[in-house]
Design a protein around this ligand. Structure first.
Ligand SMILES: NC(=O)c1ccc[n+]([C@@H]2O[C@H](COP(=O)([O-])OP(=O)(O)OC[C@H]3O[C@@H](n4cnc5c(N)ncnc54)[C@H](O)[C@@H]3O)[C@@H](O)[C@H]2O)c1
Length: 207
């Protein structure tokens, strides 16, 4: 039986993280050629070595920086040719605080990774994508709900839905599908940090 992703070229941001690395492993198992993009070279090297086998490459880049994203997309094209799948998955959480106390720099940094990051990845990748390809953006259940004090993360996860809708309409003519996915809590370090920060606020309020 042929593999579902045979020879498909997939770029994964947040590729050294929990969901990114697990996705890379699955895609590679299904025959894809994978480019992992994340902040830390040592972390990327380790994940690429752990996945092993098949064609797995990596490129360190901060998705909030246009020149670095352009470089990572260029490295993908140089190594594998045209791109079939962009998995825009990099994420940070920020903090939990009442509106009057929520730090502006944290708000900006969370929107920068999720919203500007996904925008820049699409901007630089789309010209190199095959017709019929797919863009997937990891939003969250936080992209369809609200929770007190989670200003950066929840706003960013909703904004990714807007980005997805605009891209989907623009790229429909090329049969490039654009979707957000909205996972609930995943048992990993990212979610533990979220729950500890939310728990501290709930504890403070006594609710
Ligand atoms: N863990 C959960 O329960 C959960 C639930 C819903 C959605 N999500 C979303 O899933 C995605 C992946 O999260 P995860 O759970 O694997 O967490 P994770 O922390 O393991 O992975 C996130 C990765 O993104 C990378 N990253 C952060 N800022 C970056 C930047 N500026 N440039 C490039 N890479 C950057 C981090 O280095 C990290 O490796 C995130 O978008 C997160 O919001 C997670």
């Amino acid at each position: 039986m042929s593999k579902q992703m045979q020879n498909k070229v997939c770029v994964i941001t947040g590729g050294a993280g929990s969901i990114g690395a697990a996705s890379a492993k699955l895609l590679q198992h299904e025959g894809a050629k994978v480019m992992l993009v994340d902040l830390s070279e040592p972390a990327l090297k380790k994940i690429a070595a752990d996945i092993g086998g098949g064609e797995v490459a990596w490129c360190a880049a901060d998705v909030t920086k246009s020149d670095q994203v352009k470089n990572a997309i260029g490295a993908t094209v140089a190594r594998f040719g045209k791109i079939d799948v962009l998995f825009s998955n990099a994420g940070n959480f920020g903090t939990v605080a009442p509106i009057a106390d929520y730090p502006e720099d944290v708000f900006d940094s969370v929107l920068a990774v999720h919203v500007r990051g996904a925008f820049l990845c699409a901007k630089h990748a789309v010209p190199h994508m095959n017709d019929g390809g797919s863009i997937v953006i990891t939003s969250s259940v936080a992209g369809v709900t609200g929770d007190p004090g989670v200003y950066g993360y929840i706003t960013a996860k909703h904004a990714q839905v807007g980005l997805m809708r605009v891209l989907a309409k623009e790229l429909a003519g090329r049969n490039i599908r654009v979707n957000t996915v909205h996972p609930g809590p995943v048992d990993n370090a990212f979610q533990l940090n979220v729950e500890q920060k939310l728990g501290a606020v709930i504890g403070r309020d006594g609710t």
